[in-house]
Write a protein of this length. Structure first.
Length: 372
């Protein structure tokens, strides 16, 4: 009987001892890192989230759970270890031996533009008998900027030409094929015929020829995110953002000076050419919001029209089109500024849009972008 008592006492002491030891030491020199495979991506791109656990001590952890939450717009292929509600809640269970690193690669697809961050992870571990639970929260740093997707806007170029006859003499939408200007880095949209072979051989990277334009006045892309109705139609807003990004990308890709002005929850104003401009516009339009816009379309145009030059071509993107806004656009046109209004609408015939009652003088300056 005494032997049984001492054996029981020994077992109890070992049990309590290991529980105390694990409670005190389990999180020592244990780190978890979360990081995206890329810092930036586009809607529809597939990336990886790397989850790395490092145990820099001799004591192993037989069971440890790494929990974190990510946006539900990052669609993980393996959702068996998580649940989706307002966020995607991930719970990965692993075993980490002493002085061991465990790394997992989680594949996901970007479903919506935005800036996504993961700044906290929760660690849950147990003692040897899984009788005691230990919880610890730690900061992590994982950030991903998802840009809006691009639309095929090159079909709008003939529309611009038709609306303004000699648009090539006013706005640099078309290159002069005989005026060589220099070289720049190759992009997938460039024709192989434009490759500058000597410059490519000299730099070790593909280079393409750039041409001078018939005019050098910049294009001004103005994005109005004022809702066309009482309730915000997210499809219309998102299509407007994609249009603005696509037009800026198209102009910049053709070395055309362009300025973007956008009125969301905050006003955005970006100008320039080349890759730096595109990157700045990508990031700005990735995070722009429209739940509480800083100004309506009339206010946006009134604040900008003093900057317009007769050689500018204004590309006004707005799904809203009530009469006060039409009057403001018409006033700008009458001042000698050329305006093309690109109007995202719900249906291709515009039956449900605000453009059913359109001022006659604006009919030649508006392009309805349907099929949202």
């Amino acid at each position: 009987m005494i032997v049984i008592f001492f054996v029981g006492l020994l077992v109890f002491s070992l049990y309590q001892g290991q529980a105390h030891y694990y409670r005190k030491r389990w999180k020592d020199n244990f780190e978890v890192e979360l990081g995206f495979s890329e810092e930036q991506a586009g809607v529809g791109d597939s990336l990886y989230l790397y989850e790395t656990a490092v145990n820099n001590k001799k004591m192993g952890l037989p069971v440890i759970c790494v929990k974190f939450s990510a946006s539900k717009y990052l669609h993980f292929e393996d959702e068996g270890s998580g649940t989706v509600s307002d966020y995607f809640y991930r719970n990965d269970v692993m075993s980490v031996e002493g002085f061991q690193k465990v790394r997992r690669k989680l594949r996901f697809t970007c479903k919506k533009r935005g800036l996504y961050t993961i700044d906290e992870a929760e660690l849950v571990s147990y003692d040897l008998f899984c009788a005691h639970t230990f919880v610890h929260k730690m900061g992590v740093q994982a950030s991903l900027c998802v840009y809006p997707s691009r639309l095929e806007v090159s079909r709008l170029v003939p529309v611009f030409r038709h609306m303004n006859g000699g648009i090539g003499t006013r706005v640099p939408l078309f290159e002069d094929p005989y005026a060589y200007a220099g070289v720049r880095e190759y992009t997938p949209q460039d024709s192989m015929r434009r490759i500058h072979w000597k410059a490519s051989a000299r730099t070790g990277e593909w280079q393409v020829k750039t041409m001078e334009y018939q005019a050098s006045a910049p294009v001004v892309v103005i994005l109005n995110l004022e809702s066309p109705g009482v309730f915000t139609n997210m499809d219309l807003m998102e299509d407007s953002i994609r249009l603005a990004y696509s037009l800026v990308y198209y102009m910049s890709n053709n070395n055309i000076p362009v300025r973007l002005v956008a009125g969301g929850n905050e006003k955005v104003r970006i100008s320039g050419t080349g890759r730096n401009l595109v990157m700045a516009v990508q990031r700005a339009l990735a995070v722009i919001a429209y739940d509480k816009v800083c100004c309506n379309g009339v206010e946006l145009l009134e604040a900008e029209k003093h900057t317009f030059h007769p050689d500018n071509h204004i590309l006004f993107i707005s799904p809203a089109g009530k009469k006060p806004l039409q009057d403001e656009v018409l006033e700008i046109i009458r001042s000698g500024i050329h305006v093309t209004w690109v109007a995202p609408i719900i249906s291709s015939n515009g039956a449900e849009s605000e453009f059913r009652e359109l001022l006659p003088e604006l009919k030649g300056s508006i392009v309805k972008w349907g099929g949202v």
